[in-house]
Each structure stands twice: as C-alpha cells, then as structure tokens.
Design a protein around this ligand. Structure first.
Ligand code: XMP
Length: 326
C-alpha cells in the first residue's frame, strides 16, 4: 500500500527533523498505539530511542514475551524491561474494591515508569547525551477529544535518584497524531510488526487486576491466565477475532460452587466469558457467538484449569453492564 508507505516516509523525515541528535524515550504498554509509535520512531532514529516496558505481572499469557521478544525482533529497538510483578502484588495485597485496585495499579505504574525514565536520563547524561523527547501514541481522535493541545510533558522525577533535576522536561513526539486506529494498524503492518500486536483487541491498562473479582494474588492470576489463553485460542481458531470487539475472561475468585468431576465432588470457582460486539466501547451488545465454540471453551477450561468447575456466559449489554466487570 503506497499511501501507508508515504505516511511512514513522511513521519520518519519529520521525526528526524524534530529529534536531531538527541535521545528519546517511549513507554510500551503492549497495545497497538505505543507499539506503532515506537516502531516509527525506531525506524527514524534507531538507537537514539529507548523503550521502557513495565511488567506489572497483570498481563495475559504470552503478552510480555510479545513485547520483550517479538516486538524487539521485529523492530530491533533498545528495550528496558522493568520487572515489577512483586511490587504490584504487594501493593494489591488484601484489596478487593475495584476503584481502589485501579488507583493502586495506576499509582505504582507511574512510580515505576518515572523511576526507569529518570535512570535512563541519568545514564544518558553520564555519556554526555541529553534525553529530550518522550514518544506517545496519541491518535487523531484523542487530539480532537482533548481540544487540540500539544507541547511538553512535565515529569516529576524521584527524589531518591541522585543528581537529577526535580523536573525533567520532555518534548513530545507524536507520530500518529494524524491517524485513525485502522490507519495505525496499516502503518504497523507496513513496519513489519506481527499481527498479534497490530490486531490486538482492546485490553485495559490495569490488566487482569480488574478481571479478578476479589483480591488479586499470583495463584489467581495464573489460573485466570490459563483460562483466558484457552478462550483466546478457541476464538482465534474459530475465526472470530475480528468479529468480536473483545472478550474479557473474568475470575469470580470469591465465589465457589459445587461440581462433580472425575471420581468426586469439586468446590471451585466460576469463570465468566464476556464476548461483546461494539463500535467504540461506549455501548456494546453481548455477542451471539456459536454454541459449539462456547462449548469447546467451556469443556477445555473446566478440564484444563484446576479449581475452575463452571463456565458462565455474560448476556448483558452495555448499558446497563460495563464491558469489564470492575
Ligand atoms: P468499560 O468496562 O468501561 O470499558 O465498558 C470500556 C473499554 O475500555 C477498556 N477499559 C480500560 N482501558 N484502562 C484502559 O486503558 C482502563 O482502566 C480501562 N478500563 C476499561 C475496556 O477493556 C473496554 O474496551
């Protein structure tokens, strides 16, 4: 597609002109926008860009590997991975209330990310280089919604990182600001990113932390990851990925029900499937998906995931239900 090709050429030139010989940082979330923005900037300025990925331990099976291996392989980007699972789990211990979970995850994320950022700034400074740019995957609809402003991001650095100014000022690089989502996907493909990244369905920032109804623990996350991986596998095998907007898989960790399996009684947790059809996530309808696919998912989850003895289907539209359970 030569139009996509020219968008890439144009943006690469613009990024080079903007950044010059200085350095840039980009946070990766695992989502499409940050991945495509980073790939574009990498194409333009190569090793002057460093990406930061905070692994909060709340991602689905294989998603961190997708960023850490597949994305790096496809782009050759320099990546700083911050393993923060333990920190997030400690902060979430004992917390069940959804808004509180969201706040904790958001707060920890910003702290970890800013610390990584400050370290990179300090390292570059030691080499006599300056990190002056922050890459963001802002799309055209984001700009329209927020009234069109752009400029600089003022990031408070951590006081425990020695020798840094209190405020690090970054100029923003937003190479996707003229594009819509479908165009971003086309650019991603043009840049050689794998389909699993380019056509990823929406996934909330707080990750599986808000798909466990109840306290978030490592054991529960592992269980949910297994169930979610089975659902995704079967949906993909049935060719439903583009038809379904997204399908949250939710663990009702505080609920138990009686079942029978093999030679005995079980007392396990239910898993909820929440397939929805939507245009923009503002409203949604539950997806009337084929019964045989639901049956395969149900059979596999109850057979393969210990402690899950029941699979239920959420048949609520939005409104009144939200897409996520928390
Ligand atoms: P709800 O549950 O409000 O979700 O119907 C609407 C869409 O937003 C996603 N979502 C989030 N995305 N951070 C995000 O980046 C969040 O905290 C968050 N909460 C919900 C959700 O997956 C759906 O696509």
């Amino acid at each position: 597609n030569w139009t996509t090709h020219s968008v890439v050429e144009e943006q690469v030139a613009a990024i080079r002109a903007q950044v010059g010989t200085k350095r840039a940082i980009c946070g990766l979330s695992g989502g499409v926008d940050s991945a495509v923005a980073a790939a574009l900037v990498q194409k333009a300025i190569g090793d002057q860009l460093t990406c930061v990925y905070v692994d909060h331990g709340l991602m689905r099976k294989g998603e961190s590997e997708q960023v850490e291996k597949d994305f790096v392989a496809a782009t050759g980007v320099q990546l700083k991975v911050v393993e923060a699972e333990e920190r997030f789990l400690n902060a979430l211990a004992g917390v069940s209330e959804p808004e509180q979970k969201r706040k904790i995850i958001g707060r920890e994320f910003i702290r970890v990310f800013e610390q990584a950022q400050a370290e990179l700034v300090a390292e570059a400074g030691a080499e006599g280089e300056e990190v002056a740019f922050l890459v963001q995957g802002t799309l055209y609809p984001d700009i329209v919604e927020s009234g069109g402003g752009t400029g600089t991001a003022n990031i408070k650095s951590h006081h425990n990182v020695g020798g840094l100014p209190d405020d690090i000022e970054f100029e923003l690089v937003e190479p996707l600001r003229q594009l819509f989502k479908d165009e971003v996907r086309m650019v991603g493909t043009e840049l050689g990113l794998p389909d699993e990244i380019v056509h990823r369905q929406p996934f909330p920032g707080p990750g599986l932390g808000i798909r466990i109804v109840g306290e978030v623990t490592k054991e529960r996350l592992d269980l949910l990851r297994d169930a979610d991986a089975i659902a995704r596998e079967e949906l993909t095998a049935a060719g439903l990925d583009r038809e379904i907007w997204q399908c949250p898989v939710v663990l009702l960790a505080d609920v138990r029900s009686v079942g029978v399996q093999g030679d005995g009684r079980t007392y396990g947790h239910p898993i909820v499937l929440r397939p929805v059809s939507s245009e923009d996530a503002m409203t949604a309808d539950w997806t009337r998906m084929p019964y045989d696919v639901l049956a395969r998912i149900s059979t596999r989850i109850t057979n393969e995931v210990a402690d899950v003895n029941r699979v239920v289907l959420d048949v609520t539209s939005k409104p009144p239900g939200t897409i996520e359970w928390e």
